[in-house]
Write a protein that binds this ligand. Structure first.
Ligand code: ZN
Length: 245
């Protein structure tokens, strides 16, 4: 069972435009979608919950954390970001969606500005350029999104360990839309589609990508203690030689 926490800066639809597409907000929609999977145990969390929805007992029980944020990145306390960062290094998976590229946690794990260019209301063709990757299973050559916000290069990120989707927009822009990194023992996936007033998360292929991503990012185990640098006073070979003496 994967303990999945779905985090959003808003616990409900933040305005009328969003409510037209997701009456209860994006977080409720995604939580319900993941909750229908028999191997996922879903917790909903948002900024206005006590301790931003991520008190220690929730965070320390999360295998994979999904992050959607847009206007309120600065309201996430630095201490919480440090805790999430630490847990990723110990093995927790992190999936950062759309405008989460500017979240504190993504920027802190990337170490760069994570800036990009953007324009509302474009059309996107999302190319699957890694058909043998776990996250792209069940997806064809490309996914067409009739309306999606354009995110364009240059995307100021460190070179991904794997780039699995390339976005093309009708304005001619291209974007590294699906990128994977290892950070410590944790896996990080950034996925570009998902503007709040577009029905992107209702697209079946997008849903398949998200579910695959959760299973890909799920850790075999998560360390209890931070990773340190142990001093080894006696080498294993020395010990072995002594045992044979
Ligand atoms: Zn957006």
């Amino acid at each position: 069972m994967i303990n999945l926490t779905v985090w959003n800066e808003d616990g409900c639809a933040q305005n009328e435009e969003v409510a037209k597409v997701y009456p209860d907000g994006i977080n409720a929609y995604l939580a319900e979608m993941f909750g229908a999977e028999s191997d996922m145990n879903v917790t909903k969390a948002c900024l206005d919950d006590p301790e931003c929805g991520l008190p220690d007992e929730v965070l320390e029980n999360t295998d994979v954390l999904i992050w959607w944020g847009h206007c309120k990145h600065e309201r996430v306390p630095d201490e919480l970001v440090a805790k999430i960062h630490d847990r990723v290094l110990r093995g927790m998976g992190l999936i950062v969606l759309h405008s989460g590229h500017y979240s504190k946690i993504f920027k802190s794990l990337m170490g760069t500005t994570c800036s990009l260019s953007w324009r509302d209301g474009d059309r996107e063709r999302l190319w699957n350029i890694a058909p043998n990757h776990q996250i792209t299973q069940g997806i064809g050559d490309n996914i067409v999104l009739d309306v999606e916000e354009m995110y364009g290069e240059r995307f100021d990120i460190p070179e991904p360990d794997e780039t699995i989707f390339l976005g093309w927009f009708s304005g001619g822009e291209v974007f590294r839309s699906g990128c994977c990194w290892n950070r410590g023992l944790g896996k990080v996936f950034y996925f570009q589609p998902g503007h709040e007033s577009n029905p992107t998360y209702k697209n079946k292929d997008i849903q398949t990508v998200l579910k695959n991503a959760v299973r890909w990012a799920a850790p075999y185990s998560i360390r209890k203690e931070p990773i340190d640098a142990p001093h080894v006073p006696v080498s294993p070979e020395e010990e072995y030689a002594k045992s044979k003496a």
